[in-house]
Design a protein around this ligand. Sequence first.
Ligand SMILES: [Zn+2]
Length: 126
Amino acid sequence: MNELLQNLVKLQSLEFAGVKDKNTEASLAVLRAKIPSQMLGHYDRLVAHGKKGLAAVRDQVCTGCHMHLPIGVVTTLMRDDDIQLCDNCGRYLYLAEATKAEVPKPTAKPGPARKPRKSKSSLLLI
Ligand SMILES: [Zn+2]
């Protein structure tokens, strides 16, 4: 991913995490210093309106406003050529790492704890 975008993504996740300690504030200051003021200004305007300044793109759809994006926008993002804004909601766009990261994990669901397995202990008795 484009380094600028990466910084914006980090900035947003820090700001929306709602943690206000010294470490976070220091990281925010560092990130903000790396981002050009023009981008930061646009981002801050969106945040000031109660929106997120960045939206992930998933299946060619802006997750901020759920509008289908032109393929040109998506390919530009894929090639890391340029920063792209959503035409509809004006958010900065970044590609969600859906293709590799969204494989459902075979983790056990924390469902109702019924039927305690007794098979193991009964096996031990044999
Ligand atoms: Zn949008």
